[in-house]
Design a protein around this ligand. Structure first.
Ligand code: ARG
Length: 667
């Protein structure tokens, strides 16, 4: 970590962030009102000004055609996509080796119903069912090689040939290489297709809308849209939604089908849905090579209404079978194998709408300048951390004497909405990370508004665990918890002042690393009650043992993402793997700078990572069906880079320190 660069970034960020976060705020808070006022609710003011209701369709349609033609993503590549092309040996393959039992077939090491065959004394071979492959059938063949679907989207199916092309109109199935205007008629519900140069326009019968007249008059959502099963497939800003089974989504590390486990409504279609407890239906879309999401151009049902929305499937719209059927004709046969492109791809254009999927930018930190090691800080004098804790700390927190029901257990997220997330910074549903804290600061004794600087984790009603480098004695601090969106008053949110910030006595920064990067915030309260336990505010447990390398754990925060260097206004979470210490100390990773106060977690191939602004936030792992805070976001060499995973404070090294502070008689 280059501290000079870091400080430069900090200053830049301090200037940029507040303005940027302000820009985001109204969209979340006022989007429902906006929709009512403006009919189709195109979320951004500048867009509304540019497109009046009548002109909008025309403008958007033309743009779509030229976008398709000019989109390098859809470049027609002769012979792209070879079924038997091998993917790169996965960089995380070593993790499988680390987790090896005894090299034999019991327990079956083959995933995805692979059959295990013993080979000699110690080895095995997995016979993988199609389309799985890899030593343990952990990978799938990439049937959606670039160019396979011409000017169309490749979606993954479970039957041969395991993919399908969803063509961008007017390109035609099966492989979206030829185009034909208005034949067959792409307009639904009796819409008339009118040719317009190279493009077409659907003239919709009364009450129908959408590019293909596929959105019916009763297509609307109630409440938060969880039950919405309508046909809108465009975002607020007119981006066409990706199919939920799009290869592009999977390739970017998100897996809607596994991520939103309990939800129905997802399927091999591209209709907007709300499977994750958000405020309204949304969908993924693609911009350049970036996977983004946004809320949809879907209308709220008129109030009052007693009717629950039902499946809205216009008569001549393809999915006549509920959401299990693809909407485009099956490809008859896979394209002949063709070589992968060799020419370098042009850089993806920067999206203007930051709805990031993977947190991994390299840009400014939305955090306040930190004191250097040389600066004096007001820390409480205490004893040094013993090298090993003499006894494990209990994983439950003592309930407060005055409120016996409060925080009686720790580490249990809100069960109803805690959908399992896989990879890449998806939005956190309410109550899924109820111990997540936003640490806010402002200049000492000022009346300026507080702003987010770091994450933290609630470990007791009056105690927040955070990173040492988040403590800045020149600033006043407060914490907020229970909310998901920064700078928004949420009814679920609790904001509490910080009585005392205690940074670890052996905290140390060097130009390349931060050591013993841990701190405790004692919150203001009465009779040992500070935060109140609710569905959205709970404590996380402290760990009591080392956890195995390769284990999948969760990180969360409002930090910088690939597409928004100033941070995400919505809490994001992602899954990372615990990385073996020796592995992470290899010269090509972090070499000798790591010590036992820290560990690495992430994906060595790059991508999913924590980043600036996530610091102090929790890395939690499941231990005995309970979430324990195993790490605190600390540092990393930029974000999301190959072989530069995130580095986290090793909480198990500080159990006695934590106990000595939180249980001190004066505490
Ligand atoms: N130091 C950063 C912060 O203050 C956290 C950086 C984490 N970096 C990473 N690549 N995981 O927010």
């Amino acid at each position: 970590m280059n501290l000079k660069l870091l400080f430069f970034c900090l200053i830049l960020a301090a200037l940029l962030i507040p303005a940027e976060l302000k820009k985001e705020k109204p969209k979340h808070r006022h989007r429902h009102n906006d929709r009512r006022r403006h009919g189709h609710g195109h979320g951004r003011d500048h867009d509304r000004e540019l497109r009046g209701p009548g002109r909008h369709k025309q403008h958007r349609k033309k743009e779509t055609y030229s976008e398709i033609i000019n989109d390098f993503f859809f470049a027609i590549l002769d012979g792209a996509g070879d079924d038997d092309d091998d993917e790169d040996q996965s960089d995380s393959e070593w993790l499988f080796d680390l987790q090896e039992q005894n090299g034999r077939c019991d327990p079956n090491p083959c995933l995805n119903n692979g059959e295990c065959e013993e080979k000699g004394r110690k080895n095995f071979k997995c016979d993988c069912p199609k389309p799985f492959r890899g030593r343990k059938c952990e990978r799938t063949r990439n049937r959606c090689k670039r160019g396979r679907c011409g000017r169309g989207e490749c979606v993954v199916t479970s039957n041969p040939p395991f993919y399908e092309c969803k063509c961008k109109e007017p390109f035609q199935p099966p492989h979206c290489r030829h185009f034909s205007l208005c034949e067959p008629n792409p307009c639904r519900n009796g819409g008339q297709c009118v040719k317009d140069g190279d493009d077409f326009d659907c003239e919709c019968p009364e009450g129908f809308r959408g590019r293909f007249c596929h959105v019916g008059p009763e297509d609307c959502f109630d409440d938060d849209g969880e039950s919405y099963r309508g046909n809108v497939s465009e975002t607020d800003d007119g981006h066409e939604c990706l199919y939920w089974n799009s290869h592009f989504i999977l390739e970017n590390g998100a897996d809607p089908f596994n991520s939103f486990e309990d939800s129905d409504g997802l399927g091999p279609h591209n209709f907007c849905r709300n499977p994750d407890g958000d405020g309204m239906p949304w969908c993924f879309y693609r911009k350049g090579r970036k996977l983004l999401w946004d809320y949809c151009d879907v209308e709220e049902c008129p109030e009052p209404t007693d009717e629950t929305p039902t499946e809205i499937v216009p008569s001549d719209f393809a999915p006549t079978v509920p959401e299990a059927e693809p909407t485009a004709p099956e490809p008859t046969a896979p394209e002949p194998p063709v070589p992968e492109p060799t020419a370098p791809e042009p850089p993806a254009p920067e999206p203007t709408v930051p709805k990031p999927i993977e947190p991994k930018p390299t840009v400014p930190k939305p955090i306040e300048p930190k004191p250097t090691a040389a600066e004096p800080i007001t820390v409480e004098p205490t004893t040094a951390e013993p090298t090993a804790p003499s006894e494990p700390i209990a994983t439950t927190v003592m309930p407060s004497a005055t409120t016996p029901q409060q925080f009686a257990t720790c580490g249990h997220a809100q069960p109803k909405k805690s959908t399992k997330r896989i990879y890449g910074g998806l939005k956190t549903p309410p109550g899924a990370v109820p111990w997540q804290v936003s640490v806010n600061v402002r200049p000492k004794n000022s009346k300026l508004p507080f702003s987010h600087t770091c994450g933290g984790a609630l470990i007791e009603s009056c105690w927040v665990l955070t990173a040492g480098h988040c403590i800045d004695p020149t600033r006043d601090m407060q914490v907020s918890m229970g909310g998901l969106t920064l700078n928004t008053d949420e009814s679920t949110e609790q904001t509490i002042g910080v009585e005392q910030a205690i940074r670890h006595e052996n905290y140390r920064e060097t130009p390349s690393a931060v050591y013993n990067d841990i701190a405790l915030l004692k919150l203001k309260g009465t009779d040992g009650v500070c935060a109140n336990e609710t569905q959205f505010v709970k404590t996380v447990c402290l760990p009591d043992a080392q956890l195995p390398d390769g284990m999948e754990c969760k990180i969360s925060g409002w930090g910088a993402t690939e597409n928004s260097s100033y941070g995400s206004s919505h809490l994001l979470d992602a899954n990372v793997l615990l990385i073996n210490q020796e592995k992470c100390s290899e010269p090509k990773i972090y070499g000798k700078i790591l010590d036992i106060s820290m560990f690495c977690a992430g994906h060595l191939q790059g991508g999913v990572d924590s980043c600036q602004g996530d610091s102090g936030g929790p890395l939690t792992c499941q231990s005995n069906h309970t979430s324990v805070i195993y790490g605190v976001v600390s540092w990393g060499d930029q974000c999301g880079r190959k072989n530069k995973p995130g580095v986290y404070t090793r909480v198990t090294q500080f159990l006695n320190w934590i106990r000595s502070k939180t249980q001190a008689p004066s505490a």
